[in-house]
Every structure is written in C-alpha cells, then in structure tokens.
Ligand binder design. Structure first.
Ligand SMILES: Cc1cc2nc3c(=O)[nH]c(=O)nc-3n(C[C@H](O)[C@H](O)[C@H](O)COP(=O)(O)OP(=O)(O)OC[C@H]3O[C@@H](n4cnc5c(N)ncnc54)[C@H](O)[C@@H]3O)c2cc1C
Length: 275
C-alpha cells in the first residue's frame, strides 16, 4: 500500500476536508481539496465516484493501488480495522484549479436516520462529524446518465440520494432539452433552486411520513399515462423506486435500452413498510 505521501494511481485521488455545511435539513455538504484533485477530469452530469473514508481510529488512509477490476480485491485485502469505509457518491459541484487556488469538490451526503431517529450509515455519520484535514480518497467512476442523442424527451425520477446527480444532469443538459424531473425529498426545506433547461418541468414530491422513501416519486411517475417512445428515462434512488420506475416506463413503451435505472441504496428489510 502507498504511504500517505506517495503519488496515487491515475483515477484515484487523495484529498482532505476543507469545510462542511448543513445545506438543508437532510443534506450535509462536505468540501474537499488537495493537489491531486487538480487533475480530476470532471465530466459534468452525474459524475460519480467511490469514496474512501479514513475512520477516526485509523492511522492512515489505505487506498487501492489500481483502478479497473483489481481495486476491489485490493480493498478487501486490507485488514478489517485498517480498511477505510467505502460508499458511492456523486460530484455535487467541482471547481477546477485556478491561479488563485486548487480544485475543490463538494459532496452532498444525505443525512439518513434509523427507525429510532438516530443518525445511521458510516458515510452519513462521518460527514456530520467531518473536520478540516480529515483524509478521503476518490476512485473516479465516470457517468451513469446515458441519454441517446435522438432523445425527444428526458424523464428523470429520483429520491434524495439522487438529488446531487439530478442537479448535475440538469446543469449539463443542452439548453433545448425537454422533459420532466420528479424529485422526492424528505422535507419541504430540502427543495432547492435547480439550474434546469427551460423545457424541463421540475416537480418536487415532499415525502409523506406514512410512506417509505421513493414511494411518492414512484406514485407521481405512475400517474403518467403516455410517454414518447423516443424518450430517455433515468431513475435512481432506493432500489424499489429504481426497479418500479423502470417497470412503469417499460409499460409506457420506452425501450429498455433507453432507460437507465440504478438502486442507489436498499432499505433494510425490517424497515420496509407494507404498501
Ligand atoms: C452512483 C451512486 C451515486 C450516489 N450518490 C450519492 C450522493 O451524492 N449522495 C448521497 O447521499 N448518496 C448517494 N448515493 C447513495 C449512497 O451510496 C448510499 O446511500 C450509501 O448506502 C450511503 O452509505 P452509508 O455508509 O451512509 O450507509 P450504509 O452503511 O451503506 O447503510 C446503513 C443503513 O442506512 C440505510 N441507508 C443507506 N442510504 C440511505 C439513504 N439515502 N436514505 C435512508 N437510508 C439509507 C441502509 O439501508 C442501511 O440500513 C449514491 C449511490 C450510487 C450507486
């Protein structure tokens, strides 16, 4: 494993926390920077990465030596108590290096809670107590969003874990793009200004506490009874939202190769609410 000062493999970047901010009730923004991030090749849209977190009891951040298929066995080969916490995140914002300073990357963490209201999840807990200087690693994974050039409309459905991706996609779409975004958030105060093309209709769905995450967005999508067969669908969030959203778009006639769906997280079985 490389020492903390060794140059990291291309595609893997070491950085450190510079500041944190509670953006809205359910989002903790953590900003990271470091000389290696200056060469991060930001692609816009939903650019995502594997995030490695050095935990408080760990003496150093142990990152894989390579990208491609071999990084995972290398990560697993690190003894459990020295292994960093690993989770998937999206670039919320990226500011490239300028003559005034190095590059900065923002990560928006959903502050998710367990059944008793306690903060849960290694990454969410880390984000809420992160301090300037805390070490992280980024393994670049590129884009999932894959809209065909001939898409006549874009239908995007997400829960809060997909909001950073939705923000990035809307910022990156061409100005003449048309479509709909159905974005679910836990509270009304989690809604934010979105930089969307004029032809994209953004519908916020504020979660009803009686329903599990993703159910509101899925219900809103299933109200839709027609969609252009040349549409492109992008559905991300809790696993049931991703699969249910894909199923509905298929029913409306969108071919499967024009739908991207991804389960960003999976609700624990005991927390499932009967619908
Ligand atoms: C490509 C991709 C990009 C992603 N981008 C982001 C992003 O930018 N911001 C973001 O917040 N998440 C994002 N996610 C989702 C994130 O990876 C998961 O939520 C992850 O489980 C969080 O890790 P953790 O260590 O906090 O929780 P874990 O240790 O993985 O999970 C602990 C418990 O928390 C529950 N849980 C996990 N996530 C959530 C949640 N969002 N809401 C409620 N309960 C949850 C799990 O069911 C489990 O019971 C992304 C996922 C993917 C695949």
């Amino acid at each position: 494993m490389p020492s903390r000062t060794a140059p990291t493999t291309p595609g893997i970047y070491r950085a450190a926390v510079t500041r944190t901010e509670r953006l809205t009730p359910s989002f903790q923004r953590v900003t990271v920077a470091g000389p290696e991030l200056d060469r991060f090749d930001f692609m816009g849209y939903d650019h995502w990465f594997r995030l490695f977190l050095q935990l408080p009891h760990q003496a150093e951040l142990r990152l894989p030596r390579s990208t491609g298929a071999t990084w995972w066995p290398q990560h697993l080969a690190v003894p459990a108590d020295e292994r960093p916490h690993l989770a998937n995140y999206t670039v919320a914002e990226f500011r490239p290096a300028t003559t005034h300073g190095g590059a900065e990357l923002d990560i928006d963490f959903v502050v998710h809670r367990g059944p008793d209201g306690e903060l849960e999840g290694g990454a969410a807990v880390w984000a809420c107590s992160a301090r300037p200087g805390d070490a992280i690693g980024v393994l670049d994974q590129g884009l999932i969003f894959d809209r065909p050039d001939d898409a006549t409309e874009t239908v995007i459905v997400a829960d809060e874990s997909g909001l950073p991706a939705v923000c990035g996609v809307l910022r990156s779409l061409p100005d003449d793009a048309v479509g709909t975004v159905i974005q679910e958030v836990p509270t009304a105060a989690d809604r934010r200004e979105l930089d969307a093309p004029r032809g994209v209709d953004v519908r916020w769905v504020v979660r009803d506490d009686a329903h599990p995450a993703g159910a509101g967005a899925l219900a809103e999508l299933t109200r839709r009874i027609a969609v252009d067969p040349l549409a492109y669908g992008f559905v991300v969030g809790e696993s049931a939202l991703a699969t249910g959203g894909r199923r509905h778009l298929r029913r409306l006639g969108v071919p499967k190769d024009r739908i991207t769906f991804s389960g960003f997280w999976k609700r624990a079985k005991e927390a499932r609410v009967a619908s």
